[in-house]
Design a protein around this ligand. Structure first.
Ligand code: ADP
Ligand code: MG
Length: 378
């Protein structure tokens, strides 16, 4: 769908017309948190908010980037000079994608890219993955590079790991690239197997509230690394490649075999969380969507008490929502701030939202339904 305002913004930034426009959504994770780097299961869905890119190729070896959401005007880079760790600020995300495409041998050169976004930036809903995926989809389609959506997502993950230098898993990019409307995406991270699981909220008289706490606690990155390292240590001590290999029925034996309580808590979260993903999927497949609520809330308790990645603001949102009649609620994303999801019946969504706003004045919320993954607009 063409949007003259968006095209005009491109033309204002770059002095010519774009060749096309693409969109990629942010995501919320329904259940399966901190399981991706344990080779486990995740179940994200695309939110309706997207990052858009208007793009035109260049043949002079320049990459020029502009975002309506960032101050500072056009960022100009030389494609041949791109190298991991050299780009600063927001431009490193799209630069990383172009560098990684070229590293992989794809014939992709310079371009002008203008972005705008309705995904809250830094809100735990993966505006960064939306930015990467929309860049990758636009550049590959414009240059006629054939690539599966899963491979495109893995390329974006690699770009963030290697070029940006963040040791993230692959859930966010895969969700943005591969989700479909009316579904959550069951992803088995080890097998790279995907299945679209029916998650049509409106048809079941339900609503999903996404509540952005607008907090991001500064210890988040260090804590992520610590949790990740702890999970790897526990897996090594238990003699398995990853915690995904501990079956739910073997959890007690695994806990007994570990030397300290910190590691026990990490393992208990990961193993029970993988189980919750399976239980949620079984309920969704059976059309019993309202019954997933308690599993969402149990997942939050596990993240709060065992994995210890929640924070006061997220707990306030979840506790308030459940007390106000929500079917279930949990933090979504890495934790220490960011957003929570709240499942309600359609007719209680407003009351629950009002209760949450009353309890955490700085929060904002919106109602969403599972939207489409990345796509070309025109
Ligand atoms: P989240 O992915 O949860 O929104 P991150 O901290 O991972 O938060 O990513 C946010 C960063 O991604 C921003 O600081 C910026 O560098 C980049 N970014 C996201 N959206 C945009 C956008 N629309 N324009 C420019 N940069 C963006
Ligand atoms: Mg991010």
């Amino acid at each position: 769908m063409s949007d003259p305002t968006f095209e005009t913004a491109f033309t204002k930034a770059f002095g010519r017309a774009p060749e096309g426009a693409w969109a990629a959504p942010g995501r919320a994770n329904l259940i399966g948190e901190h399981t991706d780097y344990n080779d486990g299961y995740v179940l994200p869905f695309a939110i309706q908010q997207t990052t858009r890119a208007a793009v035109a190729r260049r043949d002079d070896g320049l990459l020029r980037l502009h975002s309506a959401d960032m101050a500072g005007g056009v960022v100009e880079l030389r494609v041949d000079d791109l190298a991991p760790g050299t780009t600063t600020g927001w431009a490193r995300y799209p630069a990383a994608v172009l560098w990684t495409l070229r590293e992989a041998g794809h014939p992709v050169g310079g371009a002008d890219l203008h972005f705008d976004s309705t995904v809250p930036v830094g809100g735990g809903l993966s505006s960064s993955a939306a930015l990467q995926v929309v860049t990758a989809l636009a550049l590959t389609e414009l240059h006629g590079v054939e690539m599966s959506r899963q491979d495109l997502a893995l390329l974006c993950q690699r770009s963030e790991n290697v070029y940006v230098g963040a040791p993230v898993g692959m859930m966010d990019q895969t969700a943005s690239a591969c989700c479909t409307a009316g579904h959550a995406l069951h992803l088995d991270v080890r097998a790279l197997a995907q299945r679209q699981v029916p998650f049509d909220l409106a048809a079941q008289g339900l609503a999903m509230l996404v509540v952005d706490t607008h907090v991001k606690h500064s210890h988040a990155e260090g804590a992520y690394g610590e949790r990740r390292a702890g999970c790897e240590r526990a897996a090594a001590l238990l003699g398995v490649p990853a915690l995904r290999d501990i079956a739910f029925d073997d959890l007690d034996a695994a806990l007994d075999a570990l030397p300290d309580d910190g590691l026990r808590r990490l393992v208990r979260h990961v193993v029970t969380e993988n189980r919750r993903v399976e239980e949620v999927i079984a309920l969704l497949d059976a059309g019993r969507t309202p019954e997933i609520g308690p599993l969402l809330t149990a997942g939050h308790a596990s993240l709060r008490d065992d994995f210890q990645v929640s924070c006061r603001e997220l707990d306030v949102v979840v506790d308030t929502a459940v007390a106000a009649g929500a079917l279930g609620a949990r933090m979504t994303g890495g934790g220490f701030g960011g957003s929570a999801i709240v499942l309600t019946t359609a007719d209680t969504a407003d009351a629950v939202g009002a209760a949450v706003a009353g309890a955490l004045a700085r929060s904002t919320s919106f109602v969403t339904v599972p939207g489409p993954g990345a796509h070309r607009l025109w």
